[in-house]
Design a protein around this ligand. Structure first.
Ligand code: SAH
Ligand code: SF4
Ligand code: F3S
Length: 441
């Protein structure tokens, strides 16, 4: 948990995070490492001695945003040259040479496996930027308790890296080989969180269900976490379709604390494109998995990731993606235009779909998902769900918000005793494509 500032003279760190949940979790580890070394956190870059951006390299757009932000922050260095400016994370790992050229004012470039050494790296100083982008297949940070934000939900890293090498994706290059955190470290973390009032644990990894440590596979790990006193809800993200074992489906079906929700990235509905993406499954295998999941866990909600405009994606391939979306009827979908990334296997293939056409296809998948999400949510009107309260709803007016077991946001008027961390039964009265509204039943 975040502790208040202790020493007025301590060096202050400002840390900004981009990218996925893994990066958010890593930032919590970075905070813990720096606090141990005597740094204090600050929310104001203007008063920071060290400014760090933990970055994402998944799409070009993500990188452009960071470069823009970096040049803004570099201005603070003009007024106070002693300020250290550092870039952490996947982008640091991905393209350090180009970075030094585009952002010459950087003092530090540190990849995802270098965080343990941050205090030492920051201590070095000097004219040239300090660079540490060694990937370390043994680094899990399992022994470092991250500095969690206060929340009813905590994201706990179960495994790092990725060995799948989908042809479009930089993650295996920037995060290195797959490695699992020892179960004892995960369980210690979960017990501490539960004792501090956290009600929901989300286990994290790029292919989290590929988890394996000695004889413990992911299904076994989930059951161990589910047995920790005080944990009400367990989720995990992101599973890879190829690693959805029968043991895992059985654990989800049998263990009531494992919530009926799965983010199951499909990427494309076309077998030709799936093969070019090297995803390791066909459309038919994916649909069969969806059927088995729904047979075992009838109330399960499914979300997905979709890339449009991958190199070589023809009109009929795109039509196959739309058709798959209709067949599965996802509760939510995260949709992206293909971004050609250096170092990946697909890089040399090219980028055959024009930007305008990618835009058209993206708009179409978004529109279809909005319609289908709305229909699925409307079908829930009149039903009641246990909702774990997270806090005030964004829309205000004394409204509260929380999640249903299916990870749908529910918004409802508060009442006495309905405080964050409590679970209440909410009756759904209306629905939009992204959320449910109702009343405490
Ligand atoms: N490990 C997860 C995905 C991690 S990246 C998995 O395999 O499911 C999150 C999402 O970003 C991916 O699912 C994919 O849809 C998208 N993505 C990854 N690389 C991309 C690229 N080069 N262009 C566009 N989208 C990409
Ligand atoms: Fe990237 Fe594929 Fe690994 Fe996911 S499974 S992180 S998409 S390489
Ligand atoms: Fe981005 Fe790295 Fe996550 S590339 S999506 S922050 S693993």
């Amino acid at each position: 948990m975040t502790e208040p500032s202790t020493s007025p003279s301590a060096r202050k760190v400002y840390l900004e995070t981009y990218g996925c949940q893994m990066n958010i979790a890593d930032s919590q580890t970075v905070r813990a490492v720096l606090r141990r070394a005597g740094y204090d956190a600050t929310a104001d870059p203007a008063e920071a001695d060290v400014i760090l951006l933990n970055t994402c390299a998944i799409r070009e757009h993500a990188e452009e945003r960071v470069i823009g932000r970096l040049s803004d922050l570099a201005r603070l260095k003009q007024a106070r040259p002693e300020v250290q400016l550092g870039l952490l994370g996947c982008m640091a790992q991905h393209n350090r040479a180009a970075l030094i050229e585009r952002a010459p004012w950087l003092d530090l470039i540190a990849g995802p496996d270098a965080y343990r050494r941050l205090p030492e790296l920051l201590g070095r100083g000097g004219f040239e930027p300090t660079v540490d982008v060694r990937l370390d297949r043994g680094e899990t940070y399992g022994d470092i308790a991250p500095e969690y934000e206060k929340s009813v939900r905590a994201y706990v890293t179960a495994m790092r890296g990725c060995d799948r090498f989908c042809s479009f994706c930089v993650v295996p290059y920037v995060r290195g080989r797959e490695r699992s955190v020892p179960p004892a470290d995960i369980l210690r973390e979960v017990r501490t969180l539960a004792a501090a009032g956290v009600r929901e644990i989300v286990l994290l990894g790029q292919t989290v269900n590929a988890y394996r440590f000695d004889r413990t596979d992911f299904a076994a790990l989930l059951r161990m976490v589910a047995a920790v006193e005080g944990v009400e809800r367990i989720r995990f993200t992101s599973p890879h379709p190829c690693d959805m074992s029968e043991r895992l489906i059985a654990a989800m079906a049998e263990e009531p604390r494992i919530q009926p929700y799965l983010h199951l990235p499909v990427q494309s509905g076309s077998n030709r494109v799936l093969a070019a993406m090297e995803r390791g499954y066909t459309r038919e295998q994916y649909l069969d998995l969806v059927e088995r999941l729904r047979a075992a866990i009838p109330e399960i909600a499914l979300s997905t990731d979709i890339i449009v405009g991958f190199h070589g994606e023809e009109e009929q391939d795109f039509a196959a993606t739309l058709e798959l979306m209709r067949t599965v009827a996802y509760d939510a979908a995260f949709t992206f235009k293909y971004s050609r990334r250096e170092h990946t296997r697909a890089f040399r293939l090219g980028d055959s779909v024009s930007e305008a056409e990618k835009g058209r296809r993206l708009a179409e998948v978004i529109k279809l998902q909005e319609e289908m999400g709305l229909a699925r949510n409307r079908a829930l009107i009149g039903r009641e769900f246990p909702v774990l309260i997270e806090g005030p709803a964004r829309r205000g007016e004394a409204m509260l918000a929380g999640k249903t077991p299916q990870f749908k946001t529910a918004v409802f008027p508060g009442r006495a005793g309905a405080t964050p961390g409590a679970t209440v039964t909410v009756r759904v009265e209306s629905a939009s494509s992204h959320s449910l509204s109702g009343v405490i039943a």
